[in-house]
Design a protein around this ligand. Sequence first.
Ligand SMILES: [Zn+2]
Length: 301
Amino acid sequence: MSTSLLYQAFGIRGYRYVRTDYVEGAVFFTIKQDREKLRCSACGSSRVTAHGNEVRVFRLVPIGRKQTHLLFPISRVECHDCQLTRQVAVPFADPRRRHTHAFERYALELSKHMTIQDVAHHLGVGWDTIKDIQKRDLQLHFAKPKLKGLRRIAIDEIAVGGGHRYLTVVLDLQSGAVVFVGDGKGSEALKPFWKRLRASRARIEAVATDMSLAYINAVREHLPRAIHVFDHFHVIKLFNEKLSDFRRELYREATDQLQKEILKGTRWLLLKNPENLDPKRRERERLEEALRINPWQPCTT
Ligand SMILES: [Zn+2]
């Protein structure tokens, strides 16, 4: 084993190989970081003072059927530039993970060909470790899709949990992919999306939303050059609502008018004694009609 083999076989570069131990059929490589290679993990400064270390063990890809581990004392350094004291960065593994990136890639590669249980068994780790590696890989590739290629989008909100909660969803209209899900609704829910969209420098040509003022204002503010399309469904919905209002209004006007016609010339009938109503002039029928559409009771005393 050598420093160069460490890099060639396990992708671990910039550390010094210390020694190899064999414990119960497993291999343990110990490496260390030279003092002059220590850097502040916050600002990258080399003006640091080491304050001890914490030995961590990482899983490496196996050598044949042999489990292989890496022992690495992670130095804690005090930075003279940003005054922070913290552990140096570990480039070959994710924070809080007990396996290297190479181990994760290997597990993912195997996952294409066998079940999680098989992969876990082959690598000598728990089922949940493989599950976790897969989950994080999916999140990495799908949780924050690249927005750069976005051209046409649709924004809408959906009610979840029986309407107690809302999610605002941004859709790539060309691929059909969901590119953003925001908590809540309205302009507040879209804030992180606008931020990411700006950073991506995507050139949005068209946006489809419903006709709410919140969306109209948001699109005007954040995508002033895009064409704002009110999508078909919402246009029809709004049109139908307006049409229903209009119909109701017409009906109300018509019935008002009808009532006025009937009432015209009937008021005085109310003052007549019923026995004096003239059957030739249909006075009784006209009074009854007037009473039917105006459910007030005449004073009969
Ligand atoms: Zn620093």
